[in-house]
Design a protein around this ligand. Structure first.
Ligand SMILES: Cc1cc2nc3c(=O)[nH]c(=O)nc-3n(C[C@H](O)[C@H](O)[C@H](O)COP(=O)(O)OP(=O)(O)OC[C@H]3O[C@@H](n4cnc5c(N)ncnc54)[C@H](O)[C@@H]3O)c2cc1C
Length: 321
């Protein structure tokens, strides 16, 4: 995997112009990009290291209680930053749950959002819709870790833990590219396979994640992230949940490991949870309503039970706090 040049721009303009070169790819910690190159999925001529850009490695509090995290902030820094832990613990817990300590020391928040999907057909040398194939091999093959909600032809579940928390916290993703800066809600950053198959995010060619911001309205309250894994640690989510009851009473419930993107339950269910006074039966009914549209694959029906259990626990906690 020979790369012709490696750039370390120290200005956003420099990064945009380096990424405009033919077969230029952004990188930060390299923890996902290097395996992608080894697998022949990424084949860059030019690598553009985004870790030296202004403010890319900082976490800055706004006067209004909001927080802005540069894309090159490491996952370990997100997990341990005092303000993130105090005001946005769901994100701190999600970052702390990613992989292993060495991975969190090097891997970045931007890289976590932009990592490619984890599917043995995609990462191996098998027919795969995302690699130009005509069908999704996982749909009829080994699909025990895949989605239970169908959002397109590819049945992969997105692996990012941080994305799940960011959707629950109404975060905004700040992008930079040849057309200038723009912002998208975290809920719209990752896109389903019905929308595109060449990537999992809404990034346009030459565009990069500059930062993520968390609004003051999502700070505090009751919030948490929980991830159910096959092993006790160092693993991707089978199913995860980020839940929040904000100080204004609004509730957010977002599942991970169940769809191409983080899966926010419908707002009418969140409103019912917010209204409180729920019996155990009410909680069970709401969890089942939230999963009504799920269509598990041949080998992952267990995810429906896991998601039900995580939802029941989360609803009980946020509705009774
Ligand atoms: C063993 C292992 C276990 C893991 N476990 C988990 C887990 O439990 N949960 C989880 O969520 N993740 C997990 N991951 C994924 C891990 O979080 C990512 O590999 C890491 O966050 C990527 O960050 P990075 O800085 O190394 O990105 P890189 O590897 O440098 O880049 C990753 C991808 O993102 C692109 N990219 C990087 N930064 C930007 C940017 N600012 N703008 C646009 N594109 C960008 C690159 O082009 C590349 O395609 C695991 C990975 C490994 C190897």
């Amino acid at each position: 995997m020979p790369v012709q040049s490696y750039h370390t721009p120290d200005s956003w303009e420099g990064a945009v112009s380096a990424l405009a070169r033919d077969r230029a790819v952004p990188t930060a910690g390299g923890t996902d990009l290097v395996p992608l190159m080894r697998a022949g999925i990424a084949d860059p001529d030019v690598l553009v290291d985004l870790r030296h850009l202004p403010d890319s490695g900082t976490i800055v509090a706004g006067d209004d209680g909001s927080l802005r995290l540069g894309a090159a902030v490491t996952l370990d820094a997100v997990a341990h930053h005092a303000l993130v832990r105090a005001q946005f613990p769901a994100l701190a817990e999600a970052a702390a749950s990613v992989g292993s300590q060495p991975l969190r020391d090097v891997g970045t928040l931007g890289g976590n959002l932009c990592q490619r999907v984890r599917c043995w057909y995609f990462r191996g040398d098998h027919p795969c819709l995302r690699r130009g194939g005509t069908h999704c091999s996982a749909e009829i093959g080994e699909n025990q870790y895949h989605a239970i909600f169908r959002t397109g032809g590819c049945v992969v579940a997105h692996p990012s833990d941080c994305a799940v928390a960011l959707v629950a916290l109404d975060a905004t993703v700040h992008l930079r590219g040849p057309a200038g800066p723009r912002q998208v809600p975290a809920a719209g950053f990752l896109v389903p396979s019905s929308q595109r198959l060449d990537a999992e995010s809404c990034l346009e060619p030459g565009e990069m994640v500059e930062a993520v911001s968390l609004p003051a309205s999502a700070a505090g309250g009751t919030q948490f992230f929980h991830k159910q894994m096959q092993r006790a640690a160092w693993d991707f989510a089978l199913v995860s949940i980020a839940a929040a009851k904000r100080r204004d009473g609004a509730v957010r419930l977002v599942l991970g490991g169940v769809a191409n993107t983080p899966w926010r339950v419908t707002s009418s269910i969140e409103e019912d949870v917010a209204s409180g006074g729920l019996s155990d039966d009410d909680i069970e009914t709401l969890a089942q309503r939230a999963l009504y549209d799920a269509t598990p694959l041949a080998k992952n029906a267990y995810k429906l039970d896991l998601a039900t259990a995580l939802l029941c626990r989360a609803i009980a906690r946020v509705s009774r706090d």
